[in-house]
Design a protein around this ligand. Structure first.
Ligand code: PGA
Length: 260
């Protein structure tokens, strides 16, 4: 099957429950026309846990938007106050972000945790979107290749070729998230190539080609075109610009044009 570009909206903790429902309804309305468009991007939104089920019901009607969680616990159930497990969301989500830098920073998510969660999600048929990326200090210290290689290594050493092929990777330089500071297009293309080479080195090109590699960090409708298609990414992970349906739909259209 031909690869389609993927556009994921990460709503973080930005919207009220009502706001999330409204955004989902409006986005569904705007994108509904794309249902039969073979060139359409795959679109996913990631609301907060309390809105997952209701948003999933809303977007089901439009039939063009997938739903993802923003993280998950590594266990299926147990005495883990305040956490949410895969079996509590699997009815509604086909996707789940893992290792987002905000989860790493504020909730102590580690590469090891990401690996366990990846395995857990895959065993439930949910696609993990594993976020990796370097900090500003690491970039200044010329450690981008080291950091990306090290973060990929944990996954590559512990996942077989079939699970690996089912993953999505999001390259999100931490310094670009929510800052308006953007990497050059060729910097992103180089990291995309590095990730693909690492996967191909561990398995082969067939697996590496299957994995969709996204870019994320201050993406909007005006800047996104340079990052996708050709040697670039297979899509984008969008924070701020995913909150307003018209703006997000414009990002989706720009990705589709760049793709093709
Ligand atoms: P941003 O967020 O688009 O607002 O920079 C991206 C992300 O955190 O995934």
């Amino acid at each position: 099957m031909e690869k389609k570009p993927l556009v994921i909206g990460n709503w973080k903790m930005e919207l009220s429950h009502k706001g999330a429902l409204e955004a989902a309804r409006n986005l569904g309305g705007i994108l509904a026309g794309k249902k039969k468009d073979p060139g359409a991007a795959e679109v996913v939104v990631c609301p907060s846990f309390p809105s997952l089920s209701a948003v999933a019901e809303v977007v089901k009607k439009a039939g063009v938007i997938g739903v993802g969680a923003q993280t998950i616990h590594w266990e299926e159930k147990g005495a883990f106050t305040g956490f949410v497990s895969v079996q509590q969301v699997r009815e509604w989500v086909k996707w789940c972000l893992l290792g987002h830098s905000e989860q790493r920073q504020w909730a102590g998510e580690s590469d090891e945790g990401v690996l366990h969660k990846t395995q857990m999600l895959l065993s439930h048929g949910i696609t993990p979107v594993v976020c990796i990326g370097e900090s500003a200090e690491e970039r200044a210290g010329d450690q981008v290749v080291d950091k990306i290689s090290q973060q990929m290594e944990g996954l590559l050493a512990n996942l077989g070729r079939v699970p690996m092929g089912k993953l999505t990777i999001a390259y999100e330089p931490i310094w670009a998230i929510g800052t308006g500071t953007l990497p050059e297009a060729d910097e992103v293309a180089e990291v995309v190539l590095l990730i693909r080479k690492l996967i191909a080195g561990r398995f082969d090109m067939a697996v590496a080609d299957k994995v969709r590699i996204l870019y994320g960090g201050s993406v909007n409708e005006d800047n996104v075109g340079q990052y996708v298609g050709g040697p670039g990414a297979d899509g984008v992970l969008v924070g701020g610009a995913s909150l307003k349906p018209r703006q997000f739909a414009a990002v989706v259209s720009a990705v589709e044009s760049a793709w093709g």
